[in-house]
Write a protein that binds this ligand. Structure first.
Ligand SMILES: [Zn+2]
Length: 392
């Protein structure tokens, strides 16, 4: 079976949706991904959640209390960018932005918004987006575009497609063969690291059920989703800041930006992890990497140099199909890098989590005057391409 490669727009649509799956809102999980308009590199992500100090109790998440407490996905993505410049950037959101978020996005310089789902009540934001056209000519309502959900434009079609992509990636695990002794020993020595979670700057107990219940599982899941954009030998990687747990890069294996891939020359490709360390947003920090694969020997020194202090991976094979290399392990150990082999994510659980998340969007759409599936389909005919770098 071949994977239908998601376009850039479909890729970031999936990513915004998967980012939202970490939200603890039991009714509606919303995600936002902001990308650079030329490189299409990821600049920020966010999902709806409470500010520091507010506990994730079902009482706080009740409809009448949550509105005063929750920070929306788009606002989180804008507020948590720190020093990153978002001028001219593109936002992908799973729900059309409310008025407050529209203000934030416009103020921060976002020029284009793609959305997956729509609630009549948020239609009031359109006036703001249109008004912004007065002082920024590039902004107009036509730049706020509904995202493709599949052939019949329903969320059902979208969720089936996403599950199919996740299944395709996970089924490849069967191709990796018997675990080697080196891998088994690594598993035994890292049992604790594998079961414990990362500690966020504001650790809060999860009092209610959440499907991607650990940061580590969440980031590995995003790495899996990233791998769906690769042309072949699907690898995905996520780099996060070790202190804030903010996503610093999302990547997959492929050709460097601007390099033509007509020749199909594998030696011109970069691995997902190498791409991630090149695309990372901040310097001088310690990072944690999540990868679908164990790194090749030539990647390891670069990971250490880029201050990756811990690496979580799923498949005990390198991108070149080699077994785990003891020399690579030694280099990482010498650099003070911890290496944690993780379990293969459970397809059934992921499938359920995806369906629960689309369930929230479907409920939010109930009662809309015009169902999304009745929207003109020519609105969704588009794509983005990274700008080819110019010669100086
Ligand atoms: Zn909002």
């Amino acid at each position: 079976m071949l994977l239908k490669r998601p376009t850039w727009v479909e890729f970031y649509r999936d990513m915004a949706f998967c980012v939202s799956m970490r939200s603890k809102d039991p009714n509606l999980q919303v995600g936002c991904v902001i990308v650079h308009p030329e490189s299409l590199k990821i600049l920020s992500t966010g999902y709806n959640g409470f500010p520091p100090g507010t506990e994730n109790t079902s009482k706080n998440w009740e409809k009448r209390t949550k509105d005063d407490l929750v920070v929306h996905a788009e606002t989180n993505a804008v507020l948590l960018t720190g020093q990153t410049d978002l001028e001219g950037s593109i936002a992908f959101v799973t729900m059309y932005p409310c008025k407050e978020c529209a203000k934030m996005l416009i103020a921060k310089g976002i020029r284009k918004v793609y959305y997956l789902s729509f609630k009549d009540k948020y239609e009031e934001s359109s006036a703001l987006f249109e008004a912004a056209n007065v002082w920024v000519t590039e902004i107009s309502f036509r730049h706020f575009r509904p995202l493709r959900r599949g052939e019949d434009a329903t969320l059902k079609d979208f969720e089936d497609g996403l599950i199919q992509r996740v299944r395709f990636i996970l089924e490849r695990v069967n191709l990796t063969g018997e675990p080697t002794g080196v891998y088994k020993a690594l598993r035994e020595n890292t049992e604790e690291l594998r079961s414990e979670d990362l500690l966020s700057p504001w650790p809060r107990e999860l009092k209610d059920k959440i499907l991607l219940d650990k940061w580590t599982h969440y980031f590995l899941f995003l790495a899996l989703i990233a791998s769906t954009r690769a042309l072949k030998n699907h690898q995905g990687a996520i780099l996060i800041d070790s202190k804030t747990l903010k996503i610093s890069a999302i990547s997959y294996n492929g050709y460097p930006r601007g390099v033509n891939n007509d020749e199909d020359d594998d030696s011109m490709q970069m691995s997902a992890l190498e791409n991630a360390i090149c695309l990372r947003l901040s310097e001088g920090r310690d990072f944690i990497a999540f990868s679908t694969h164990f790194p090749s020997l030539h990647e390891v020194k670069n990971l250490a140099q880029a201050r990756v202090k811990r690496l979580y991976f799923i498949w005990p094979k390198t991108p070149d199909g080699e077994n785990i290399n003891e020399k690579a392990l030694q280099i990482m150990k010498d650099a003070g890098m911890e290496v944690v082999p993780m379990d293969v994510p459970d397809l059934e659980k992921l499938e359920k989590a995806i369906r629960d998340t689309t369930g929230g969007l479907k409920r939010a759409e109930e009662g809309n005057k015009v169902p999304f599936s009745a929207w003109p389909s020519n609105l969704t005919d588009y794509d983005l391409q990274p700008k080819k770098p110019n010669r100086l």
